[in-house]
Design a protein around this ligand. Structure first.
Ligand SMILES: [Zn+2]
Length: 173
């Protein structure tokens, strides 16, 4: 396993629609392992393949919070939301591709998701709470959408300018 570099917004690769994974092969398994390691190292609770520069429909997440709770690493290949609740929920979201910026985003409180697991089997699960927010945030990444796209244009532009400045500073050092 190895750490992958996380792309920082703005980057055209974060705005592109990712391609479905045709086959779960060694390349995909290695990508999933690397992405889990990269996510835990960051640390973060979710990471989508486009964030490490791979335009494939694959994401990893683990929203277990408590330190004495067992971790629950999930790998979702070709995930699809099949049902959303009318009830909405607001969370203060952040993103590993937009470091240190947080904003409230409203999304459906409960969602049903189907996907392919790393062993190639079909899976489905109902997510609520932080898991529901996280899986919707990560699936958005597969469609080239960021949480700041839900914000008012002025706020979004402010955050984008901060990220451009951050990237310039990082490029100098
Ligand atoms: Zn994100």
């Amino acid at each position: 396993m190895s750490l992958r570099q996380i792309l920082i917004h703005p980057d055209p690769r974060l705005k592109a629609v990712a391609d479905p994974v045709a086959e779960v092969d060694d390349t995909i398994r290695r990508l999933a392992d690397d992405m889990l390691e990269t996510m835990y190292d960051a640390p973060g609770i979710g990471l989508a393949a486009p964030q490490v520069g791979v335009g494939k429909r694959l994401l990893v997440m683990d929203c277990v919070k408590g330190e004495d709770e067992a971790p629950r690493p999930l790998v979702l290949i070709n995930p699809q939301i099949t049902w959303v609740s009318d009830e909405m929920n607001t969370y203060e979201e952040g993103c590993l591709s937009i470091p240190d910026q947080y904003a409230e985003v409203e999304r459906p409180a409960v969602v049903d998701v189907t996907w392919t697991a790393l062993d190639g089997t079909p899976q489905s699960e109902r997510f609520d709470g932080l898991w529901a927010t996280c899986v919707q945030h990560e699936i958005d990444h597969l469609d080239g959408k960021l949480f700041i796209d839900y914000l008012k244009p002025l706020r979004r532009q402010m955050i984008t300018r901060k990220m451009q400045k951050l990237k310039r500073e990082r490029a100098r050092t």
